[in-house]
Design a protein around this ligand. Sequence first.
Ligand code: SF4
Length: 263
Amino acid sequence: MRLSMREALDYKDCPQLYKFRHVDFLPERRDIKSYFKQKLRQTISHYYFCMIDKREKSLNNIFSKWEQLWFCPEVEESFQESDIRDHSNKAISLLRNFHQYTKDERIVPVAVDFRYEASFDGETNLHVTGKIDLIKVLNDKTRNKETDLVFFSYSNHMPDEFLSKININTAVAAYAFRKNFESRESNVILCNIGKKHETVIQMTGSDFVRAKKILYNIAEGIENRIFFPSDNKQKCGKCSFRTFCMNEKAMEDRDAISKRHDN
Ligand code: SF4
């Protein structure tokens, strides 16, 4: 079975959401935050691509890329001008901080947006595809040479160390890196764009065993079409399928009532 990391994470968050998005292909309205995250990450990727291509990675270059990505018809036609402007100001401040913290780093980016496929052997073979935002080699004379896998996020809070360690996204990515490059990463780094501190974690064999168990359970659930709603307040609170979810519940209630009448 083939599974993308996005599909696995959606199923883990809520099997019913997985069904709406990946089985029923229901239409989904993206909010401004989702565009914001996407464009911010693309701007960060651009910064590292510039390093690989030995092009200018100045602050002005980053700002121009951001503006080119953000002020596009897709965004301008979907949201109010004041919201677009506010988000842009926020991005400019985050990117300024990001540049300030990273400009003097002695690193060599090895790959940006690296797409991997990880194979897990079991009763059924499972192939999981995903992406590592950045693979970098640190060439700092004060430290040993390090190869780090970096994942960027944008949030008001720093990524929690424990939650990051049990996150299947980072565990599977590290597993795939080891298989693809026949070498071990030094660290997995969760970088909160615009914040100076990073969360640094080390993956061990038990993290991979745990991730594999979760993935196999997800794959089994999908294969057996087990799609139930979650009661995760956080996920439901920002779910774009809430109307469909309520309709599904209303239909289930109606079926239950008519079954009672038939009996
Ligand atoms: S509203 Fe909640 S239960 Fe319904 S699909 Fe979304 S996340 Fe799942």
